[in-house]
Design a protein. Structure first.
Length: 256
């Protein structure tokens, strides 16, 4: 490898660029309207504009990334973390174009995205994992109860495709288990969560007031604030789509 495109921004891009310098590789940065003056742009050997501030039109648009990769004649792409780093389709496109993909194989990315498959892979590879039961919704009470007792309570019920701590429920006994499973299955059909950083939360609060915050089941975690989009209404979704909030992630019917 002689020239690496970093399909990311911020501190992760800075670290990769610094590593490239140490190893004697040239670095190529990409930037949107929001970060055209960012440090990673200044540190890189080359930099290219990839679109508007909205991530969907820039850092998540892998066709634009691939166009820049061809234009700048790089021989490798490093996705950093977040954005396209867990997109198996993008990883495969990079490889198919004869460019080195600095990351897990596309098959591994796809497999690890589903917790049932990930557990099975770990077991088949003799990697120790916590005891658990897959596809509990397919088991009868008679089948499930002894399995739960063999593991021991409390148990954590987790959706196979959920992320960020969402779609989980702790149960202390078998009676609570049925309710927890039903709850998570319902979330799979209706739950829509917008995740915003502190800046986005403050803006939301200023614009719509405390009453809105109280009416949308606000809860705080270590990394983000969560809002139930079903209770917020279309206006919040529209604001999200217009990129007026500092939105990190949005989940739609993610849970199984």
């Amino acid at each position: 490898m002689k020239k690496i495109l970093i399909a990311n921004r911020g501190e992760i891009a800075n670290r990769i660029i610094k590593s490239c310098k140490i190893l004697g590789h040239k670095s190529v940065a990409v930037y949107s309207d929001a970060d055209k003056n960012s440090k990673h742009v200044r540190l890189s050997d080359e930099s290219y504009y990839i679109g508007p501030s909205k991530a969907q039109e820039s850092y998540l648009s892998y066709n634009k990334i691939l166009e820049i990769a061809t234009k700048s004649n790089v021989d490798a792409i490093h996705p950093g973390f977040g954005f396209l780093s867990e997109n198996d389709t993008f990883a495969q496109e990079v490889i198919d174009r004869g460019i080195t993909w600095i990351g897990p194989k596309p098959k591994s990315i796809k497999s690890m995205g589903n917790k049932d498959i990930a557990r099975e892979l770990a077991l088949n590879s003799n990697i120790p994992i916590c005891p658990g039961i897959n596809n509990v919704h397919k088991l009868s009470d008679e089948q499930l109860k002894p399995k739960c007792e063999a593991i021991g309570y409390p148990l954590l019920v987790k959706s196979s495709a959920g992320g960020g701590g969402i779609g989980m429920s702790v149960v202390q006994n078998f009676k609570d288990l049925a309710n927890a499973i039903e709850k998570i299955q319902k979330e799979g059909k209706s739950l829509k969560i917008i995740t915003v950083g502190s800046k986005g939360y403050d803006q939301l609060k200023r614009q719509y007031g405390n009453s809105i915050i109280e009416n949308i089941s606000f809860k705080e975690s270590k990394n983000a604030n969560y809002f139930d989009a079903d209770k917020v209404g279309k206006i919040i979704i529209e604001k999200f789509e217009n990129n007026e909030f500092d939105v990190c992630t949005i989940f739609y019917n993610q849970f199984k």
